[in-house]
Design a protein around this ligand. Structure first.
Ligand code: C5P
Length: 231
């Protein structure tokens, strides 16, 4: 593959839903910050050239110390995060020195159990299909509810997936779609929804159930269970 691969890690969330004073990306798992576990996975993938982290300025010193301590030489920049996750990713994107065809991976700082295998699979699929996301087929029955939590209807789960990161895109497409989303005032909950909106096809590859996103306390417990197991 003759395209550079660069990674954006948005780590600027304040963790309102999780609670506590320390943002969850800095909480420790097996003695190391969640962010350290996450960055290490990408650092260990040979095809990856550069990593950029978006964070709140008050955490820059903390992040620089993580980078130094772990010799994360591929982390070339730490940039300021924004109000929305999308703003954090955009600020990282405009601070990357990229060729049009380079592959950009975006991964939540709070998914420390992403596997090197999944990262490689996403990169390989991106080289073939362009825009790629990992997804897991839904097995539970899905219901839509009203604001009082009464069932409105049952959603057909056929072909429905829950989506994870890392998500991958060609640099030029991602940049173009982000610019349009700002012009249109569109907010997406992930990067894929931004490129989908502007008509690009996104390929779903199998995700990994262990690739948990730590949002609430119970997610931390689940991650610890996986780490204590075969991980
Ligand atoms: O808030 P949420 O759980 O969706 O955050 C997913 C990832 O995006 C986290 O790693 C978080 O630190 C990051 N984020 C960010 N900037 C924001 C909000 C979230 O970098 N404004």
């Amino acid at each position: 593959m003759n395209r550079a691969v660069k990674v954006i890690i948005p780590a600027s969330g304040s963790g309102v839903r999780f609670g506590g004073k320390t943002p969850k990306q800095f909480l420790k798992l097996n003695g190391k910050e969640i962010l350290t576990h996450t960055v290490k996975k990408f650092h260990d993938v040979k095809a990856i050239d550069e990593i950029i982290i978006a964070a709140a300025p008050e955490n820059f010193i903390r992040i620089c110390s993580i980078i130094r301590k772990n010799n994360f030489t591929k982390v070339k920049k730490v940039v300021e995060g924004g109000k929305r996750r999308q703003d954090s990713v955009y600020n990282a994107l405009i601070n990357l020195d990229c060729g049009k065809k380079d592959i950009i991976l975006i991964h939540d700082a709070v998914r420390p159990l992403v596997s090197v295998k999944l990262i490689r699979e996403v990169i390989n699929a991106a080289d073939k299909f362009g825009c790629v996301i990992p997804g897991i087929a839904v097995s539970d029955t899905l219901k839509r509810t009203d604001k009082n939590f009464f069932v409105k209807d049952t959603v057909d789960r056929n072909g429905v997936v829950t989506v994870q990161t890392p998500q991958a895109f060609g640099f030029e497409i991602l940049q173009k779609c982000f610019l349009r989303s700002y012009k249109d005032g569109f907010t997406g909950t992930d990067e894929s929804s931004i490129v989908e909106k502007y008509g690009y096809k996104v390929k779903v590859i199998p995700g990994d159930k262990r690739n948990v996103k730590i949002t609430e306390k119970k997610d931390m417990e689940e991650v610890k269970r996986y780490m204590g197991g075969e991980w």
